[in-house]
Design a protein around this ligand. Structure first.
Ligand code: GCB
Length: 608
């Protein structure tokens, strides 16, 4: 196992049960390393009874003395008298990365185990180390290399890896993954959500090569609220812990040399006099190189400050309004999880076409590539973990799981200028155990990264015609951020304007959700549910209500595009789609798309 990379990660190492015990923490900027991509067509076997994992006494094969017997053996019959009841070679294939639900009609609603196998060639070199990396596997993954178990991981949206130095064969190798997307009450997320539970290897699989001692992690960002100082650290992994490190930003004429300590760690601090700051209007990224001994890694990093002052949000010291929209990690046109840069660019460009400068990537970590595209395209990002609705607040393992997923997200994306908010959850119901749980998540974020804002999508309460937020968690957050469904789940277009908001916090107000379902192309008057006219009128009413809130600093209406959800069975209007998209399932813009764009055009002028 690799050592834990960063002090940040170490802060919660004791809690990161799924990482520390089972998988190694992910390498910073894996795509920037020498690597081989193991994506492509993987053979798969559907295994609803987990026959390939347990023997008939329900004992896992991989925990027996011999450790064999499971499908990960990838066995062929020895001779004509031999019985083998599975065959990867004879099984169909899935495109990886890709969820299985969208690739095989039999698996559309499937929740359970699927085994996937890929063969690849390797030429391991002496003196090099190798890691097998998975961008995301939903939900529980067991990974085997050449018939031997590497480990397992829980959590469907964060990366994990195993060191495979000394385990790779020169020549042909076989990797087998058991992925299980069954939902569990005590898991993160829990059993009830409002999105499709896409299973499988949904992000890239890479085999990376690094030197014996290598740059495992780094942070290169402006110090909290200080545009004149870059601060961060470099963390080495390997036996040669004491080394000279160079961090350079040639285009800005900046560089520093420091020595790592006995733990392989060095703090960096670079005074800045002249720098072009990252913003949605000018998403400037600098080439940054970090060199240590024989290792060198390059990244593209933006520099900006983000802070709140009273009800104001300051980006690089300037008051801003966040013209946002919420987005799921789903391509409506397949439909299925986003598969790569093309799918991701499509969604982010749709947001930009609406004149957004901000996106809420709901309700779980989206891929690293999505965040890098947001960096490049100039969109600020609200990044979230799937602490959604009613979690098992009193289960310590559930808390540890949530903290581990939050840590993995922050460790992965801490160098992305686009990320301005870490969100610790969505619509979690106030109660003492829930408050204790969520307070700990807020503390986890603050311990890991003090340069960004902490948010959560809270809920509203109504007292007569007054709409308010009464949540002790709000005190722990930087934003008064909440979802409100005026005009849809409560009130209607006819009477929603009778309500008014009273938000009792001296913080910027961020509306994390509002919206209405509209079936694209279905028309009627503005009082008829499911019509584009209803949705459009609701947006117009919302703008009138929200404009009256002192300190309104941003909105992320729900949602950019229709998305699939098993909670939405109405045979005509829904057909297992949540229709709150501003864009339909076929990619067509609904009326409210244009209404929101007009509002954003106005806001842009107002905050010029
Ligand atoms: C919400 C949830 C979101 C749902 C949405 C809806 O409050 O945060 O995940 O999809 O409402 O459409 O009901």
């Amino acid at each position: 196992m690799l050592n834990r990379f960063s002090a940040e990660a170490m802060a919660v190492a004791a809690l990161a049960w799924h990482c520390a015990a089972l998988a190694d923490p992910a390498l910073q900027n894996i795509q920037g390393r020498t690597h081989q991509n193991l994506d492509g067509r993987w053979h798969y076997i559907v295994d609803p009874y987990e026959t390939g994992y347990y023997d008939y006494r329900r004992k896992p094969y991989d925990q027996s003395d011999k450790g064999t017997g499971g499908y990960y053996d990838d066995r062929q019959p020895k001779d004509k008298g031999d019985v083998v009841e599975y065959s990867f070679d004879g099984s169909p294939t899935l495109a990886i990365p890709g969820d299985w639900n969208s690739q095989d009609a039999k698996l559309e609603f499937y929740e359970g185990t699927v085994w996937m196998r890929q063969k690849f060639n390797a030429a391991p070199k002496d003196g090099k180390r190798y890691v097998l990396y998975f961008g995301a596997v939903n939900y529980e993954a067991h990974v085997y290399l050449n018939g031997k178990k590497l480990g397992s991981h829980k959590g469907g949206f964060t990366p994990f890896q195993f060191e495979v130095t000394g385990k790779l064969a020169a020549g042909s190798n076989t990797v087998v993954v058991k992925a299980d997307n069954k939902r569990h009450q005590d898991a993160i997320p829990t059993v009830s959500t409002d999105w499709w539970n896409y299973g499988g290897i949904t992000r890239d699989v890479l085999l990376a090569e690094v030197p014996a001692t290598y740059i495992a992690d780094y942070k290169v960002q402006l110090a909290k609220g200080d545009a004149r100082r870059i601060e961060g650290y470099v963390q080495l992994d390997g036996t040669q812990k004491d080394q000279e490190i160079t961090v350079a930003i040639p285009e800005a004429n900046l560089s520093t040399k420091v020595r790592t300590d006995a733990n392989g760690r060095a703090a960096i601090r670079i005074p800045v006099s002249k720098l072009k700051y990252w913003s949605p209007e000018d998403p400037k990224l600098y080439g940054v190189t970090i060199a240590a001994g024989s290792d060198k890694v390059s990244d593209r990093i933006g520099f900006r400050t983000i802070e709140t002052r009273g009800k104001d949000i300051l980006l690089n010291g300037k008051s801003t309004f966040w013209r946002g929209v919420s987005i799921h990690d789903e391509n409506p046109l397949i439909p299925g999880r986003l598969r790569g840069a093309g799918d991701m660019r499509m969604l982010l460009q749709w947001a930009k076409d609406m004149n957004c400068n901000y996106v809420r990537l709901a309700h779980y970590p989206h891929s690293e590539e999505m965040i890098r595209l947001a960096d490049e395209m100039g969109l600020m990002v609200w990044a979230e973990v799937p602490v959604y609705w009613t979690i098992s607040w009193e289960n310590p393992a559930t808390l540890q799981n949530a903290q581990a997923q939050l840590t993995d997200l922050i460790v992965r994306d801490k160098n992305r200028a686009s990320v301005v908010v870490w969100s610790i959850g969505n619509e979690t119901p106030v109660s003492p155990p829930r408050n204790a749980f969520m307070f700990k998540l807020a503390d986890t974020v603050r311990a890991l990264d003090d340069t960004r804002l902490v948010g959560a999508a809270l809920e509203v309460h109504r007292n007569g015609k007054e709409v308010t937020v009464e949540d002790p968690l709000a005190e722990k957050l930087d934003l008064a951020s909440f979802n409100e469904y005026a005009g849809w789940y409560w009130a209607s277009n006819k009477d929603m304007l009778d309500f008014h908001f009273n938000i009792p916090y001296d913080k910027p107000v961020m509306i994390t959700e509002f919206g209405a379902d509209a079936l694209g192309g279905f028309h009627g008057d503005a009082d008829t549910r499911w019509t584009e006219e209803y949705q459009d009128q609701l947006y117009k009413n919302q703008f009138r209500m929200l404009e009256a809130i002192p300190g309104l600093r941003g909105i992320t209406p729900w949602v950019l595009v229709d998305f699939r959800s098993p909670r939405r069975p109405h045979p005509y209007y829904q057909d297992f789609w949540n229709r709150k998209g501003l864009i339909s399932q076929s990619g067509k813009r609904k009326q409210a798309f244009h209404t929101l764009k007009a509002y954003y055009d106005k806001k842009q002028q107002q905050y010029k």
